[in-house]
Design a protein. Structure first.
Ligand SMILES: O=C(O)C(=O)C[C@]1(C(=O)O)C=C[C@@H](O)C=C1
Length: 354
């Protein structure tokens, strides 16, 4: 070993000891805070977002802000676990992007509960079996996840947070001779995100939609001439090879997930509010809804219409705005909006994804 290498490792050892002491001091403070909360809710999304943003603002590298967020999310996850255990349901099975989103938001010190359907995630949170749930809500290439939107309308749960996860799809198979692949399994959303790649590279292969990407990988593991489209993490779970990486048609392909819970999250300073609206049946009604937002300078980040399921050709609108429902201009805009809407339900205010 060269002298320089030895020296660097000695310095790392010394720093690790200092880090060890400091993270344990931090953990002890979190424990104290836990006692002060006395039966209160342990997870404080607004505080966690503020901690991450402050550190990202102060970060001078060489670690990236993405790395800093991942590192300190894990630190907070371990500290939080000393205050109280936390359970989180997600749309499973293990190895799906939703599991990755839950991990990204909550870190590893939580009890993850895999659910077979989006409905089951809602039920698990509603019944109190778990404290939080994570479900996909929209993808940048394929659009809304209708089932999540429909359940948000019916449910009493609050949206407590959002997670943005860059989605990189891979072709997984037992053998990587692409000319031998006859069928490709995947979730319909993932097949949609890769249709351009499939048209060019596997035009003759059957595209078989299944319930999840993990299920696709499980099926591909049983047939030598079949492949799955899934995240690279699924390859390890099912003993498959990653034959081709990044086969999504848009390199910026991102899925947005929602964190569901029962708490009203306090303002963090950079927040979003989600709601569902319906307009009265008269000319200009939708315009009036949006005019209330414009009047108070509230930006809209999403507008999505869905059948209302209560009348033929009737629609509800899913709207996200910038700001917390307790912010002054949001309070004014929402009060006016409520006057012109036939129906209005606030789904929750929560910190912007860090
Ligand atoms: O500040 C708190 O309320 C804490 O419990 C500490 C802490 C942290 O580790 O920083 C942990 C859990 C909360 O969700 C927020 C922050």
């Amino acid at each position: 070993m060269s002298d320089k290498l030895k020296q660097c490792r000695e310095q790392i050892d010394a720093l690790d000891e200092a880090l060890l002491k400091i993270v344990n001091q931090r953990a002890a403070l979190a424990q104290q805070i836990g006692h002060l909360k006395e039966g209160g809710v342990v997870l404080r999304p607004e505080r966690e977002a503020q901690v991450l943003r402050r550190l990202q603002d102060a970060n001078q590298g060489p670690l990236s802000n993405v790395a800093i967020a991942a590192l300190f999310t894990e630190v907070m996850s371990q500290c939080r676990a000393l205050e109280a255990p936390l359970s989180v349901a997600y749309l499973g099975p293990e190895g799906t992007f939703t599991e990755a989103a839950a991990l990204k938001r909550f870190g590893s010190a939580v009890q993850g509960v895999s659910c077979a359907t989006i409905d089951d995630v809602f039920r698990a949170v509603e019944s109190g079996e778990v404290q939080y749930g994570v479900v996909p809500v929209e993808n940048s290439t394929e659009g809304a996840i209708g089932r999540t939107l429909d359940l948000l309308l019916q449910s009493t749960l609050q949206v407590c947070g959002e997670v943005m996860l860059p989605i990189h799809q891979c072709l997984l198979a037992q053998q990587c001779d692409v000319s031998q692949i006859q069928s490709v399994y995947s979730h319909p959303q993932s097949l949609g995100q890769c249709q351009g790649w499939l048209n060019v590279n596997l035009p003759a292969a059957a595209r078989i939609p299944v319930s999840s990407n993990a299920e696709a990988a499980r099926l591909a593991a049983g047939h030598v001439n079949c492949a799955a489209i899934a995240g690279a993490q699924a390859a390890g779970h099912f003993g498959l090879n990653v034959c081709v990486e990044n086969i999504e048609d848009d390199a910026r392909n991102t899925t947005r997930f929602l964190v569901l819970g029962k708490q009203q999250v306090a303002a963090s300073g950079e927040d979003k509010t989600s709601m569902v609206l319906s307009a009265t049946n008269r000319p200009g009604a939708v315009h009036d809804l949006l005019a209330s937002l414009a009047k108070y300078d509230v930006s809209m980040t999403k507008f999505e219409s869905r059948p209302s399921r209560s009348g033929l050709w009737e629609y509800v609108f899913y709207v996200d705005i910038e700001g917390h429902q307790t912010d002054e201009k949001v309070v004014l805009a929402l009060a006016e909006l409520k006057q012109s809407a036939a129906f209005m339900k606030i789904l929750g205010s929560y910190p912007l994804a860090v």
